[in-house]
Design a protein around this ligand. Structure first.
Ligand SMILES: [Zn+2]
Length: 322
């Protein structure tokens, strides 16, 4: 098993496997970097295992295939196992399959999970298993499905193909249509505890700021440039803010996500330290949430950041005048 920590989640999943009544669709949700994707791969290994052991026996043909696929997926060396399809001269990414005929893994293609991917999944779902008794589809970041995609998936979940199990992985269930959520058994992943976090990230100081997320902690380590941008922005010096806004406009999407994640954390801290009133906190957080939602839709980041600055600056200084 690759999943670290998350003892309560392991218990829940073992109970589901033990009763041999794995639901047609499960939803693993929780913050990034707390083991959801790893758990989905571990759990799939158990479902597909030819000896039917809860997490897989590790010896049978199915487990050996799953171990190879898991390694490849977790190292993000996807190219060799990705399935593409030519459509009107366009190369359309469908899913990752590796060499297990009864398992597919669907990560977002670009910034969303696209309808072509769900159509391919549907075809896979209604075919017969080839090696194992059952089949598994993992949709990673199912919260990034387009409306079209989630409607197509909903149709499949409404007429569940016998013996095919869906594991939807999501950072929030709010971004999934309630009609999809209601057809799943939900498993919530909390932030990692301090001990597990320290085992995985050898910098315990990052625990608070990353919110117990390994993914965020690794990003912070790699992206000190983004940390600096947050500091510059919160200097409330108009020239520095202008500069930050321009730099952020040129930053890749991972860097931007991290920027707003860290900014939210800092804004909360300002509130806790009495530098922002509760009402102001609400206004500012709502604005940040709006910007984060707008990011995948291609809003101008520099403009959004500048309006956020005006919003925060006046509140911050008013509080400190008197
Ligand atoms: Zn096995």
């Amino acid at each position: 098993m690759n999943l670290k920590g998350q003892e309560r989640v392991k218990e829940v999943l073992e109970r589901i496997q033990g009763r041999d009544r794995v639901p047609n669709a499960l939803l693993f949700f929780g913050p990034p970097g707390v083991g959801k994707t790893v758990a989905s791969l571990d759990f799939a290994r158990g479902i597909l295992c030819l000896s039917s052991l809860p997490w897989g026996c590790g010896e049978c043909a199915s487990c050996r295939h799953m171990d190879r696929i898991t390694k490849t997926i977790l190292s993000e060396e996807w190219d060799e196992i990705s399935l593409y399809q030519e459509e009107e001269g366009k190369r359309v990414f469908l899913y990752l399959m590796g060499d297990h005929p009864d398992f597919v893994f669907v990560p977002p293609h670009g910034s969303s999970v696209k309808i072509d991917q769900i159509r391919a999944v549907r075809e896979f779902a209604y075919s017969k298993p080839a090696l194992s008794k059952r089949k598994v589809v993992v949709i990673d970041r199912s919260d990034l499905m387009t409306r079209e995609s989630s409607n197509a998936l909903l149709k499949v979940l409404e007429e569940p193909p016998a013996g095919t199990h869906f594991i939807l992985v999501a950072e929030t269930k709010e971004n999934l249509p309630p009609t999809v959520v209601s057809r799943t058994q939900q498993v919530e992943f909390p932030p990692l505890d301090r001990e597990t976090f320290t085992q995985l990230v050898d910098d315990p100081d990052l625990y608070e700021i990353s919110g117990g997320s390994v993914t965020v902690a690794k990003l912070i380590k790699e992206r000190s440039d983004v940390l600096n941008l947050v500091d510059e922005f919160l200097s409330f010096d108009p020239l520095k803010v202008y500069d930050t806004a321009k730099k952020l406009e040129d930053t890749d999407s991972k860097g931007r996500d991290l920027f707003f994640f860290l900014l939210e954390d800092r804004v909360y801290r300002m509130f806790r330290e009495g530098k922002l009133s509760y009402d102001d906190l609400e206004v500012v957080m709502r604005r940040i949430a709006e910007i984060r939602e707008g990011l995948p839709k291609g809003i101008r980041v520099d403009l959004a950041l500048y309006t956020l600055y005006t919003l925060m600056e006046v509140r911050y200084h008013e509080l400190h005048k008197g």
